[in-house]
Design a protein around this ligand. Structure first.
Ligand code: SAM
Length: 302
């Protein structure tokens, strides 16, 4: 028989536990079974994943905890709900039931927006529409010197996570409880024409895709974070309209979209008439992922 030896005397080795957990997760359809098993073992021990290398075995209580966590992951609870944290750029964000788990593709959307900022004034005013856990807003606040950042979210549960992450970060982010599809609240209306950058990752999946998403998504991400109406663009349209009111002439809009919207999303901006320099951009996997455009001068805001 090959593979890691299961025992040191009577004890089960960590290597064997990890191998067994990996197989269990793989059989359950988890996409990255070894990495998840390692993360959960490290979490059960209260150490970083890198420090697992010096561990021979789990103490009994950690082993019990590890088994329970692997069972939940095998039932397709998101890894980030089990550990309570989602890594995003330089942040560790608190996440759990009621808030969207930030995704790696959004990291590159934010990276592109930050790289585009030298063309904007120092200390820019930035708005994150549909902020969820605050991944975009807090990245802008943490990475752009002098940025004054506003985060807009409508869902009460997501707002709880957003406020918690903003408070824990100590970063200058103002939270607005507002619906981007409705008339702007008084606090948002005060920003009209004064914003340099709007970044948004709104709900954008077409309703018809409901049967196609993985269990981690369909059963654990909040429906309001996912579904964007018949063509997936209901909230994207509202984001574009609100951004046109908020941005000053020359201000930059960056909106993430579904990979099937590589023509439709830029088409929305071009048809609207208030945008120039409209371009679509791929993610690291080469899939159409986000659209950018600059607010045209001299066309009414709404
Ligand atoms: C795909 S999630 C993105 C969250 C976060 N920006 C991120 O990238 O991780 C979309 C978010 O938009 C929020 N949302 C949906 N409809 C909204 C609306 N009409 N107004 C404001 N926020 C909305 C959802 O509650 C959810 O938190």
């Amino acid at each position: 028989m090959t593979g890691p030896s299961v025992t040191h005397g009577a004890a089960v080795t960590l290597a064997a536990r990890l191998a067994q957990a990996t197989e269990r997760l793989r059989a359950a359809g988890v996409a990255s079974p070894r990495a998840d098993a390692e993360q959960l073992a490290a979490f059960a021990l209260g150490i970083s994943r890198a420090r697992l290398v010096g561990v021979d075995d789990l103490p009994a209580r950690a082993a019990e905890r590890f088994d329970e966590l692997v069972g939940r992951r095998a039932r397709r609870e998101p890894l980030q709900h089990l550990t309570g944290l989602a890594g995003f750029r330089y942040l560790d964000l608190a996440v759990g039931p009621g808030v969207f788990v930030p995704r790696p593709e959004t990291e590159s959307v934010v990276g592109w927006a930050i790289a585009a900022l030298p063309s904007l004034p120092a200390g820019p005013v930035c708005v994150d529409l549909c902020a969820g856990s605050g991944a975009i807003a807090l990245s802008l606040a943490g990475e752009v010197p002098g940025a004054r950042v506003h985060a807009v979210e409508v869902d009460p549960a997501a707002l709880g996570w957003l406020r918690r992450n903003v408070a824990a970060s100590g970063l200058p982010v103002t939270v607005h409880e507002a619906d981007v599809t409705a008339a702007p609240t008084a606090s948002l209306a005060r920003l009209a024409g004064a914003v340099d950058l709007v970044v948004s990752n709104p709900p954008y999946l077409p309703d018809a895709d409901r049967d196609e998403v993985e269990p981690e998504v369909g059963e654990h991400d909040p429906p309001r974070a996912l579904w964007g109406g018949a063509d997936g663009l209901d909230v994207v349209r509202a984001v574009v309209a609100l951004a046109a009111r908020l941005l000053r002439p020359g201000g930059l809009l960056v909106v993430e979209h579904a990979d099937g919207h590589g023509a439709a999303a830029p088409g929305l901006l071009r048809a609207d008439g208030r945008w120039v320099d409209v371009a679509d951009h791929p993610d690291l996997a080469g899939r159409d992922r986000f659209v950018s455009g600059r607010r045209r001068a001299g066309v009414a805001g709404s």
